[in-house]
Design a protein around this ligand. Sequence first.
Ligand SMILES: Cc1cc2nc3c(=O)[nH]c(=O)nc-3n(C[C@H](O)[C@H](O)[C@H](O)COP(=O)(O)OP(=O)(O)OC[C@H]3O[C@@H](n4cnc5c(N)ncnc54)[C@H](O)[C@@H]3O)c2cc1C
Length: 428
Amino acid sequence: MSMQKPHSILISGAGVAGTTLALALARHPTMNPKPIITLIERSPVPRTTGQAIDIRGPGVKVIRKLGIEEKIRAKHTTETGITFLGRGGQQIARFDTTGDADNQSFSTSEFEVLRGELVQLLMEETEEARKKSGTEVKTVYGELIESLNDEKDGVTVNFANGKLESQKFDAVIATDGTGSRTRSMIFPEHKSLDCVKPLGFYIAYFTVPRLEHDTDLWQWYHAAGGLAIHMRPHRNKKTMGVYLSIVLPSKVQSPEIEAVIAKGVDAQKEMLRDRFKNAGWQIDRVLKEMDTTEDFYFQQSALVVTPKWASGRCAILGDAAFAAMGVGTSNAMIGAYMISGELANVKSNDAGEIAAALARYESGLRPLAGKNQMPPPGFPQLANPQTEWGIGVFHAVAKTVALTRLDKLLMKFGEPSEDAWKLPEYGF
Ligand SMILES: Cc1cc2nc3c(=O)[nH]c(=O)nc-3n(C[C@H](O)[C@H](O)[C@H](O)COP(=O)(O)OP(=O)(O)OC[C@H]3O[C@@H](n4cnc5c(N)ncnc54)[C@H](O)[C@@H]3O)c2cc1C
């Protein structure tokens, strides 16, 4: 009887999707022999920045299975709900968190954590699982895939920066985010397909020092021109997360903003200073702090819709495959859990069996992640009006919803029901 060789798995991109996959593979209870994991990240240092992201629905079950629920809970940002503010900074409507992990409010989740802290935790847990289980996990920063070739006996991968030798892997999973380069290497036909679907939505995230009058609510202040200033608490009580968002009247890309993104951070800050200078509320403070903040990040917030997630020994996962509004992090973690479970069920290195496992990940997850990708009707345009009149209408609606608690009813309809989609069991 021939002994099965361990699966050698390359994960490309150390964001939430990539690090969750590394952890799920390293911690899988029935994966035998233990896999050999190589995790590469384009950035030369770990990218442990980013503001609040949340985990919802079946994503909560995944963190329970991976044994990190309590550790994530302990990193909660301490946000207590959301408040919409009027022109003078006065409260218009407020929605508090429910305090129930399985029945969360639409704004603040029971698992609202800073992206950087989540990635850091996932890396620490992977290290612990590596030591405990003896799984080989090699993490290489400042490296990316130059080319790949899916062959019968493995995927031959060439690396761009020479930190890794060209080598063969049993499976390659691309987790390199919305702008994934690897996506079109796995699916050459995607080059001609426009996978990135604009929402007309641009957003800058950064950290500023907390002042005495800051609160633990997510404060959302609108200004004409589709602009918004958001301030959200951090657990440390010393800093706050700031978001400056620009929403266009329709779901298109702005050639002007795209050109600014290409020019880099200085040009992005200049553009924000210009657009927001008369926005009101705390804009003077925010723009002053933006000059010196250390974690400024500006991006187009878009959907990624791809016709295929798995091909042969390769697959795409997370934003690279199905970036969504509000559920991207949860779906990335659910997909990572499923890939680990499907690969654990494959007891050989056979190309057909590995391809079938990755195809099962796709067919299993599509009904969830392919379905709940679309933002609520009218979002982000209706929620970010262009005119003062539109802001007034939005505030009137928010007030009515808050008074009648219609948000609770809407959340019940929005959540996938237990029967509609069930998280598969893989022995965790
Ligand atoms: C620095 C940063 C800050 C963010 N901040 C927020 C935030 O505040 N709020 C929010 O809602 N969402 C934020 N996001 C997006 C959010 O993390 C994702 O939408 C979601 O968590 C799904 O994660 P992902 O791992 O699929 O993608 P990402 O989190 O985008 O991770 C992709 C990773 O792949 C790396 N990468 C890119 N190209 C390559 C390549 N060619 N080869 C190897 N590695 C590559 C990137 O550096 C990144 O580490 C941020 C993303 C990043 C990268």
